[in-house]
Design a protein around this ligand. Structure first.
Ligand code: PLP
Length: 495
């Protein structure tokens, strides 16, 4: 894509790009993507640019006349690639490492070509029906029961927001009809989640007009799991104040440490108080496709809803989040609104995506997941996730064997939380705590600045904690060994 002079073709006066041009640049682009994956390890994982660098190189006004594809594509190499943080790099270990895959990319291409807006069954029967079938396959692969029906949203943040909206619909307070503001008859509605829950839960509560006061964060135990006794006490206390506890959000695979809330202990509490249980398994839910890890979702047969993100750990290009829900009727009641121009003769017989959320048009996202599942198969997906967990255990074993490093949380999946902890004789605890925070942050920045690997951090028990997340389809033991060496080099330099 580096030869702008080769073509003088610019966009036609009317109509789309010619089919010859589309074919030519389509092939070129697929070749470019294949080459990108081949050379990805030569590129710095973290974009090596300063804020504003890209904007400074782009025209501030739009082109008056169409430009040629070679000119446009040349700018991908020249301007866009250097400004990318390469999530598909096999040494990307930050946040939750995730990656796309060949079949997923091809599915995404088709989705763009079909450009279906799956708002009603008739505007995209294929999308509507393939979504049902694909999500039922995924449900079976995860060992979830048949009482759960799936629906695709873009992200887990949006899936959870819809789950909480359905839960609120279930408390029969006429919120849909009358809203929440200015109502003296409405008690404080409350959602309960652990202090390690993802921030998307708090954002959902804010978005739904429940206010931050409408969320109570429950303490966690020494392994960062929700304390079920504290949950029960919080609900009972709130009830004594006249509040209306209506939803519990438990997490399987928290963001900081991938800890698993005790679903089996939480269930009876929710049931006793007639509350909705939503499980945020956005990250770790995919691990349930591995037969020996299926138990992580034990108890979910009594959950009301669960979110899992195939775009996190199922090699599906961003974005695709699945909400499994036991009460689609409530979700529908919360969101369905059919104006005359959307009325169809078959509407009573079919499921239309727009009835289950705030969006009208919906992308044909099921296609890429269907292609990913068909291409890799259940066994292939499980094998890759199993390997990531093995690599995480291997890395954790190196940490445990070294006196200069320590693990800071259990490793149930493929995320390792740890820090360097070289000793200095006679150092007071407070000084040591500060020194280790500074040292670990410097190790992280040192490795990340090298461009050879990228990982991120969190804070656990007030300690700056390094996080190594393994989830990229291209990551092998070689990459994990390399980042371990880079960390040790930094430690030797900085300690
Ligand atoms: N829930 C958990 C446990 C997460 O770790 C994340 C993101 O990492 C989210 C929700 C939000 O995911 P999304 O970006 O799909 O909204």
């Amino acid at each position: 894509m580096n030869k702008p002079s080769e073509s003088t073709v610019v966009s036609p006066e009317l109509g789309d790009m010619s089919k010859e041009e589309f074919r030519r640049y389509g092939h070129e682009l697929v070749d470019w993507i294949a080459d990108y994956f081949e050379r990805i390890e030569d590129l710095p994982v973290l974009a090596a640019i300063e804020p504003g660098d890209l904007k400074a190189q782009l025209p501030t006004v739009p082109p008056q006349h169409g430009e040629s594809m070679p000119e446009i594509l040349a700018d991908i190499d020249k301007l866009i690639v250097p400004a990318l943080t390469h999530w598909v790099h096999p040494s990307f270990f930050a946040y939750f490492a995730t990656s796309t895959s060949g079949p997923g990319i091809l599915g995404e291409m088709l989705c763009a070509a079909f450009d279906n807006k799956a708002m009603l069954w008739r505007t995209s029967p294929a999308s509507t029906e393939l979504e049902d079938v694909t999500l039922d396959w995924l449900r079976q692969m995860m060992g979830l029961d048949g009482g759960l029906s799936g629906i695709i949203y873009d992200t887990a943040s949006v899936s959870s927001m819809h789950a909480i909206a359905a839960a609120r619909e279930g408390v029969e307070q006429r919120v849909r009809e009358e809203g929440m503001s200015g109502r003296a008859d409405l008690p404080l509605l409350r959602v309960y989640t652990s202090e390690h829950a993802h921030s998307s839960i708090e954002k959902a509560v804010i978005t739904l007009g429940l206010g931050q006061k409408g969320l109570r964060k429950v303490p966690t135990d020494s392994e960062f799991r929700m304390d079920a006794k504290a949950l029960e006490a919080a609900i009972e206390e709130d009830k004594r104040h006249g509040y209306l506890p209506f939803c519990i959000v438990a997490t399987v695979g928290t963001t900081s440490t991938s800890s698993i809330d005790p679903i089996r202990e939480i269930i009876p509490i929710g049931e006793e108080h007639a509350m909705w249980l939503h499980v945020d398994a956005a990250y770790a839910g995919s691990a349930a496709v591995v037969p020996e890890l299926r138990h992580i979702l034990d108890g979910c047969e009594r959950a009301d809803s669960l979110v899992v993100n195939p775009h996190k750990w199922l090699f599906t290009p961003f974005d695709l989040s699945v909400l499994y829900c036991r009460h689609l009727d409530l979700l529908r009641r919360a969101f369905s609104l059919v104006p005359e121009y959307l009325r169809t003769p078959e509407q009573e017989k079919v499921r239309s995506g727009s009835d289950y959320g705030i969006q009208l048009g919906r992308r044909f996202r099921a296609l890429k997941l269907w292609m990913v599942i068909r291409y890799f198969g259940h066994d292939g997906l499980a094998a890759r996730i199993r390997e990531h967990c093995r690599l995480a255990q291997l890395f954790a074993s190196w940490i445990e064997e070294s006196p200069e490093w320590e693990l800071l949380a259990p490793v149930p999946f493929a995320l390792v939380c740890f820090r360097a902890c070289p000793d200095r004789e006679g150092e007071p605890a407070e000084i040591k705590a500060k020194r280790l925070d500074v040292l670990n942050e410097a190790i992280m920045h040192g490795v990340n600045a090298s461009g050879k690997a990228l990982f991120s951090h969190t804070k656990l028990n007030d300690k700056l904690t390094l996080r190594l997340s393994i989830g990229n389809i291209r990551t092998t033991e070689k990459h994990v060994r390399q980042v371990w060496e880079l960390m040790n080099e930094q430690l030797a330099l900085l300690k």
